[in-house]
Design a protein around this ligand. Sequence first.
Ligand code: URA
Length: 260
Amino acid sequence: MLGPGDIPSYVLLPGDPGRIDLIKSTWSSAQDLAFHREYRSAKGVYKDVELGAVSTGIGGPSTAIAIEELARIGVHTFLRIGTTGAIQPDIEPGTLIIASGAVRFDGASLEYAFPEYPAAASPDLTMALIEAAERLGYSYRVGIVASTATFHVGQSRPGLNGYEWSLSRTRLPDLQKMRVLSFEMEAATIFTLANIYGLRAGCICAAIANRVTDKFVASKGVREAIIVANEALRIISKADKKYGVKIHSLSELGSVIDSG
Ligand code: URA
């Protein structure tokens, strides 16, 4: 169990506890902290900043617990790093998806706010992700993702014995028309809670599948997404040090990016 000060205030949130090892491998030093159920945590140093990482498990309910507990011990910047299934035909597997917002099909966030409340990412952290992806030369898209409460029927995949119903038949084509980029399962919960509590949140995922072209690549882009996430948290933490913890303007972000 973690207490105040045990983990840095800037935290990467993978879904999978196994990804903590991959995150640690991108840091110059790293230390495991705790492991209970789906929640595995570590802290370490990326270049010159201290970062934390905590796995959320799959879906909104376990993710909401992680946000609640981490916010209580001083975490104020949450950056989901995960995988996603693209639903637009022109997104190649391996592309990084930076979520500017999320459709709230996650279920859990409905226990925090009515459905019309937007699940929006923090603008400065999203800009920091875009800047980092640009500088690293990785292929990325920015837009809205859809966070679902289930992987199969909620993402328009057939259930057991081909089970489907009107929602599973129409969800994917409807979201495509609305220019939603992809399905995943945690961003809406993170964004909704972060906005309600006045915390910062962002999301970058590797598109490991394309549901239209039926292409699949196991974990392609995940390491790249982690590196972009590390860089984005570094930009934000430097801006916080210089200007205080707040939503940063472009010139504030630019001043810390330019100084290296
Ligand atoms: N994660 C999801 O939730 N859906 C996918 O298709 C791939 C990753």
